[in-house]
Design a protein around this ligand. Structure first.
Ligand SMILES: CC(C)(COP(=O)(O)OP(=O)(O)OC[C@H]1O[C@@H](n2cnc3c(N)ncnc32)[C@H](O)[C@@H]1OP(=O)(O)O)[C@@H](O)C(=O)NCCC(=O)NCCS
Length: 184
């Protein structure tokens, strides 16, 4: 699929934070309606997420990549990644967040962002990459399609509820870079 080539993928900066926060809030609502409570989704705010991600952007080793729609120049998707949180060896980097606006999904942007993430993390010495995904996320096949394997489950608290989440691991980051690049 070539559509994503029209979209620029570049590092995200502080100037992008408000658009990143908008993508996050809108995409949570379009993806997790019915899975998470209306109260929780309705209570999410762009301002709060912009502040949260501004803080995260300042953490050493944490990076953002954004996908830019070429006509209006808007951020329509982003990836956020860096050193692992929790008890994970430091050469296994973590993809903390990956969100693409609903109207731009299934056009190859997610693949392009994961590939660019893998290239960046490999450059920082990572040998593997993983992501926590809500067990009820309807898009889990995306990770499997890109060669990740479910390796662990845990629970995450969101609002006053707790949900199962699944860790998807790309054990060999080099293979991910090759796979996302269209090679076997
Ligand atoms: C999941 C997400 C990141 C995938 O990005 P995307 O740009 O839509 O995916 P791509 O177009 O790169 O798809 C890559 C492959 O995965 C497949 N795929 C993507 N979403 C899928 C789904 N929900 N079910 C089955 N296959 C899926 C595509 O069909 C494609 O397969 P192909 O190579 O055979 O054509 C994006 O759809 C998204 O942000 N969704 C909502 C939020 C979300 O779930 N984020 C992840 C949170 S952890």
């Amino acid at each position: 699929m070539d559509e994503h080539r029209a979209f620029e993928i570049r590092p995200g900066t502080g100037d992008d934070l408000f658009m990143i926060a908008g993508v996050l809030v809108d995409t949570w609502r379009t993806t997790f309606g019915g899975l998470l409570s209306d109260a929780y989704l309705g209570g999410m705010s762009r301002e709060e997420q912009a502040i949260r991600h501004a803080r995260r952007m300042g953490v050493p080793g944490v990076s953002y990549l954004v996908a830019i729609e070429p006509v209006a120049g808007d951020v329509v998707g982003f990836a956020n990644f860096g050193p692992p949180r929790g008890r994970v060896p430091p050469d296994i980097h973590e993809l903390y967040a990956l969100y693409i606006r609903k109207e731009y999904q299934k056009a190859g942007i997610g693949t392009a962002l994961v590939r660019a993430t893998a290239v960046h993390c490999a450059g920082q010495g990572a040998t593997s990459l993983f992501a926590w995904v809500l067990a009820g996320n309807p898009n889990r096949q995306f990770y499997e399609r890109l060669g990740a394997r479910a390796v662990e489950t845990s629970r995450i608290g969101l609002g006053d509820q707790s949900y199962e989440q699944v860790a998807y691991l790309w054990k060999d980051i080099g293979a991910l870079i090759g796979k996302a690049d269209g090679q076997p």
